[in-house]
Every structure is written in structure tokens, then in C-alpha cells.
Design a protein around this ligand. Structure first.
Ligand code: GDP
Ligand code: MG
Length: 598
């Protein structure tokens, strides 16, 4: 196909507004996927994604479409992940497109994710086509939401497409709009090869499969290519397009989207955002915008059963092959034994990895509370990065501690502005701006320490607003603050896995709350268990768990057997997630207690 008849586009939407359903419908209407092989949500193929209804990984699909003008077009849909943790990947997949469909649920309206994705699309100079989805719903308010998109996003919505991905309404209008409004790729076939990697995954047989968009020049099977950021060179064994299953082709030129395999060992060697060029005739400059997606949130992962340490190591190695953003290194904790300190892009990424380790690799893990990276300047004027609170140098050895700050944009109905401001204030937030769009849409902008958000901020935001508010965030830099290390002592011993870094002004409050929460969570033992919070040598809060008086089974004495059995089973189940710290059994929840202090 000539470049003039190619259209590359993405779909951007807030979660649940219908992106996957619309993608499915487009594949169906263009006969890209036969009716009988159509599984619902073809593009979301990871089990976990399907269960949670979230889109994590990008995929692409090539469709053939005969437009009303009688011409045949190739439409490449490049899917974007929908979550803030993956915004770098969203931005790179948008960079591979000339246009984007902005899908907004007509019964809901503009949300934080809608806006964040629109900003990314505008940064990449994309033509944005707004679409009102779910107009089949009785609660749909197309006029109100169209006005909202004009107001909040600033797009002309006079002729906005009204669609229902579910009922198949407006799908042809969408295809026509893509052909007419999205510009064709620039015709730069004669220039040296530059192709943008927007996704990759590890395949046990072929090595890493790289998804890319050719920006300039062309690439053929057998070519020796160089990845400009990593500097590594590979010979392309297999080249193809995604329709949406992989179909091999001999060559791809500027404007086209495809995949290749070249015996690459891990996705970290072919990172999203890297530029592919020809090894013997390289382009002078890489495509703009490459950065490495760095982990921002860290936690310790420890096997409950020490025998599972090698299995955990193995599992992390395997996951890493497929996840360039995951980092891990061995960690030894006096309380927890051998495990790993793992780094993630954000909270969702952390949850996904933990869940996969337990589900796909059958590991029983204890997870410590999430932490951020602190920058500590020592008295020797050395700057070190601390991702583990227990490793914060003592106060007499540090000059200053800096912590990461983020800009958070929340969108909420006006009625919840008060409670959200209160939440942000209690998390050391700095008010920046408030924009009133409509009764149901007020934007609230705060700067917050990331550490205060990685705990339960998102859950709080949702519960305080009955689920109506949404948020997005971006890292804005490091700031110095009077931060101290809070140690938790159980039965007289400091538990490194419970140590945390907190603001000096909140230390007393957090110390007291932690101690009473732990008292609730740690079961009684045969002996009295003191629990204390301390800063340095100074104990700031203390409680104790009284000793067990009676044998638990005594209650069932003479009672029926099945009740006794049930009780034992219940105890066994509880035990599964216990870690023995000295002589005290501490349950998993205790390590997450800091997330539930309010
Ligand atoms: P995504 O998170 O943006 O990918 O959203 P999904 O495509 O997974 O859709 C979220 C939910 O909305 C699913 O239950 C869909 O069946 C439903 N949905 C999507 N499009 C429509 C529509 O046009 N009308 C109605 N009534 N429901 C829809
Ligand atoms: Mg989806």
C-alpha cells in the first residue's frame, strides 16, 4: 500500500469507557477477525487483565478497510495501556501514530485518565477524534458530555460521533473519520531506517518479539539492525504484520507497523522507545523521546518458607525477561531472612507482579509495605539512594534527605472537593490549582510526596467520593524535608521489615497508630508481647499484646468434632501467612499495617 493510504491511530480512554469493546468491534467490522474466532476483548490477552478489566500491555492490529471513496486503506490500531503506571508506554505508542480516537463514556464524562491521555496525544501532535460511547445506555447524556469535552479538553464537538461499541452503533462513522481526519504518515521511504519500538514481549522459542512502527526508510527480513539506545545489533530472522495474529512479510516501509524477532534474549535489550536503524547505514540521530522507565516504588518480597528462595529467584528472572521495568536484587533481613528488594513503576505494577508470582509460580510470599527512593546526602557530601527504610543512615551521618514529589490531578464532582482537599492536606499536599468546569467536573491539582500516595491514597480517594473521582500523577522532582526513620520493635527487637521513613511532624501520630494497629493484627502468644515505636533510641509509643489465657480449643471442650476441626482449619489458614520473628508469629497484614492507619 502507498503511504497515502495508511492510517495509524490509537484509542485513548479512561478505564471502562469502552476502549477494548470498540477495538473488538473495529476488528469485526473490517473482517480482520472472523466472527467465529472473535473472543470478547481480543486485544486484552493476559488473564490478569481480563479478570481485572484493565489493559496493561500494548498490542497492535492491522485492518484493511474499503472507504466510502472506493479506495482500500490500511488502518493500524496501536493499543495503549490504560494506567498511570505505564504512562511512558502510552506516550511511546502514541508517538507511533498520527491520530487518536478519544473515547468518552456518554453516561459518565471526562475523567482524569481521559485528560492525561489527551495531554500525551497533544504532546505527540496527534489529530484527536472525539467519540461518545455507550449512547445505548438510558443514562447516556450525549449533549452534556459533548459540552464537557469542549469545555475540559477544548475540542470542537459540534459533529461529535455518537457510538455504542456494544451495540455496534456509529462504528462505520468512526472508520470514515479515521480515514478522513487522521493524516497519512510522512513519505520518508528514501531516508535511512528509523523505527520506533512501542512494545515487546519475550517468546521462549524466538526470543523477544519487538513491535515497531517504521518512521523512515524500510526494513527487510535478513537485515542487520542496530538498536540505537542499547547499541546492540541483531539480524532479523522473522518480520511480519499483526492482523492481529502474526503474518510474515518480506519488507516493511515508512508508515507501516509490524513486528520482528531476532534472537534477542530479554525485553530489557529492546526497550520501548528505542530506535531501530540499519547497522551498516545508521541514521544520524535516534527518534526523540527515549528514556528508561525507572521503578519508583519498592518493596521487599520474602518467601514464607525459606526453601522457596531459589524458586522465587527463578520466577523473578523469568518475569524480568518480559518486563524491562521490573528490578530486583537480593535482600537479607534480620527479621525475614533471604528475599528480594523489588522495584516497580507504580502500585498497580507492583500488585500485578506479586499476583503473578503467587499465581503462576505458586509462591507464598510476605510483602513489605511499599517505599519510594529517598536521596540522602551524607556528612561526607556523598549522595546515596535509599529504597529501603531500614537502610537510612543514622541522623548523625546525614546532611539532608530528599523525597520524590508528584503532581496529582484529580477530577471530581464539586461536592467532594472538601473531602479531597482534606485528604491531600493530611498527606502533606501543597495546593496548586482548582478548575471548575461543570457541576460534576472540578479539577483539583496538588503536589504531594510520592510516599504519601503509594500507601492508600487511591483507595481513600475512591471511598471518599463514592468512586466518582479519578486521578493521574506525574513525577516532578525531589524535595528536601525533615524526614526521620521510625523503628518498630516487637518483643524488644527492632523489625527491619517494619521500619519506615516519615515526616518528623507526623512521626508521633504514625508511631502511635502503627503500634495500636499491630496490637490488633498480631495474635496472642503464650507470653506477653510488647510493641514499641522508636526514633533512634527514643521510644515514642508502646503497647503490649496480653498473653493467651486459655487454650483456644478449650472453648470446644466436649463440643462437636466438626466445630473443632473448623477452628483448627481456620488457624491453619491464618498460619499460612505468618512469619516467625524471633518467637513471635507476625501475619502478612502487619507488614501492610501502615496502609491502613486512618
Ligand atoms: P476499557 O476499560 O476502556 O477497555 O472498557 P471495556 O471495553 O472493557 O468496557 C467496559 C465495560 O463497558 C464492559 O462491561 C463493556 O461491555 C461495557 N461497554 C463498552 N462499550 C459499551 C457500549 O457502547 N454500551 C454499553 N452499554 N456498554 C458498553
Ligand atoms: Mg480494556
Amino acid at each position: 500500500v502507498p503511504v497515502s493510504r495508511i492510517r495509524n491511530f490509537s484509542i485513548i480512554a479512561h478505564i471502562d469507557h469502552g476502549k477494548s469493546t470498540l477495538a473488538d468491534r473495529l476488528l469485526q467490522v473490517t473482517d480482520t477477525v472472523q466472527q467465529r474466532e472473535m473472543k470478547e476483548q481480543f486485544l486484552d490477552n493476559m488473564d490478569l487483565e481480563r479478570e481485572r478489566g484493565i489493559t496493561i500491555k500494548l498490542q497492535a492490529a492491522r485492518m484493511n478497510y474499503k472507504a466510502k471513496d472506493g479506495q482500500d486503506y490500511v488502518l493500524n490500531l496501536i493499543d495503549t495501556p490504560g494506567h498511570v503506571d505505564f504512562s511512558y508506554e502510552v506516550s511511546r505508542s502514541l508517538a507511533a501514530c498520527e491520530g487518536a480516537l478519544l473515547v468518552v463514556d456518554a453516561s459518565q464524562g471526562v475523567e482524569a485518565q481521559t485528560l492525561a491521555n489527551v495531554y500525551l496525544a497533544l504532546d505527540n501532535n496527534l489529530e484527536i477524534i472525539p467519540v461518545l460511547n455507550k449512547i445505548d445506555l438510558p443514562s447516556a447524556e450525549p449533549d452534556r458530555v459533548a459540552a464537557e469535552i469542549e469545555e475540559v479538553v477544548g475540542l470542537d464537538c459540534t459533529d461529535i460521533i455518537q457510538a455504542s461499541a456494544k451495540a455496534g452503533i456509529g462504528v462505520n462513522d468512526i472508520l470514515e473519520a479515521i480515514v478522513q481526519q487522521v493524516p497519512p504518515p510522512a513519505d520518508t521511504v528514501d531516508q535511512p531506517l528509523r523505527a520506533l519500538i512501542f512494545d515487546s514481549y519475550y517468546d521462549a522459542y524466538r526470543g523477544v518479539v519487538v513491535y515497531f512502527r517504521v518512521m523512515d526508510g524500510q526494513v527487510k527480513k535478513g537485515d542487520k539492525v542496530r538498536l540505537m539506545a542499547s547499541g546492540k545489533e541483531y539480524v532479523i530472522d522473522e518480520l511480519g504484520v499483526l492482523s492481529p495474529t502474526q503474518v510474515q512479510v518480506e519488507a516493511l516501509h515508512a508508515g507501516e507497523v509490524g513486528y520482528f524477532a531476532a534472537a534477542i534474549k530479554a525485553v530489557a535489550d529492546a526497550r520501548v522507545g528505542d530506535t531501530i536503524t540499519m547497522a551498516n547505514a545508521p541514521a544520524a540521530e535516534a527518534l526523540p523521546g527515549y528514556t528508561e522507565a525507572n521503578p519508583m516504588v519498592f518493596c521487599g518480597l520474602f518467601p514464607i518458607d525459606a526453601d522457596q528462595y531459589p524458586d522465587l529467584k527463578d520466577a523473578l528472572e523469568k518475569l524480568k525477561l518480559n518486563d524491562a521495568a521490573l528490578s530486583y536484587e537480593p535482600e537479607t533481613s534480620s527479621a525475614m531472612g533471604f528475599g528480594f528488594r523489588c522495584g516497580f513503576l507504580g502500585l498497580l505494577h507492583m500488585e500485578i507482579v506479586q499476583e503473578r508470582l503467587e499465581r503462576e509460580y505458586n509462591l507464598d510470599l510476605i510483602t513489605t509495605a511499599p517505599s519510594v527512593i529517598y536521596r540522602v546526602t551524607t556528612t561526607e557530601e556523598e549522595v546515596i539512594e535509599v529504597d529501603n527504610p531500614s537502610l537510612l543512615p543514622p541522623i548523625q551521618k546525614r546532611l539532608k534527605v530528599e523525597e520524590p514529589f508528584i503532581k496529582v490531578e484529580m477530577i471530581t464532582p464539586e461536592t467532594y472537593v472538601g473531602t479531597l482537599m482534606e485528604l491531600c492536606q493530611s498527606r502533606r499536599g501543597v495546593f496548586k490549582d482548582m478548575k471548575f468546569f461543570t457541576q460534576t467536573r472540578t479539577a483539583l491539582i496538588y503536589e504531594l510526596p510520592l510516599a504519601e500516595v503509594v500507601t492508600d491514597f487511591f483507595d481513600q480517594l475512591k471511598s471518599r467520593t463514592k468512586g466518582y473521582a479519578s486521578m493521574e500523577y506525574q513525577l516532578i522532582g525531589y524535595r528536601e524535608n525533615p524526614l526521620v526513620k521510625l523503628d518498630i520493635l516487637v518483643n524488644g527487637d527492632g523489625v527491619d521489615a517494619l521500619a519506615m521513613i516519615v515526616h518528623r511532624d507526623k512521626a508521633y501520630y504514625v508511631g502511635r497508630a502503627m503500634v495500636s494497629k499491630l496490637k490488633e493484627l498480631i495474635p496472642r502468644h503464650q507470653f506477653k508481647v510488647p510493641i514499641q515505636a522508636a526514633i533512634g533510641a527514643k521510644v515514642i509509643a508502646s503497647e503490649h499484646i496480653p498473653a493467651l489465657r486459655k487454650d483456644v480449643l478449650a472453648k470446644c471442650y466436649g463440643g462437636d468434632i466438626s466445630r473443632k476441626k473448623k477452628l483448627l482449619q481456620k488457624q491453619a489458614k491464618g498460619k499460612k501467612r505468618m512469619k516467625a520473628i524471633g518467637t513471635v508469629d507476625v501475619p502478612q497484614e502487619a507488614f501492610m499495617a501502615v496502609l491502613k492507619l486512618d
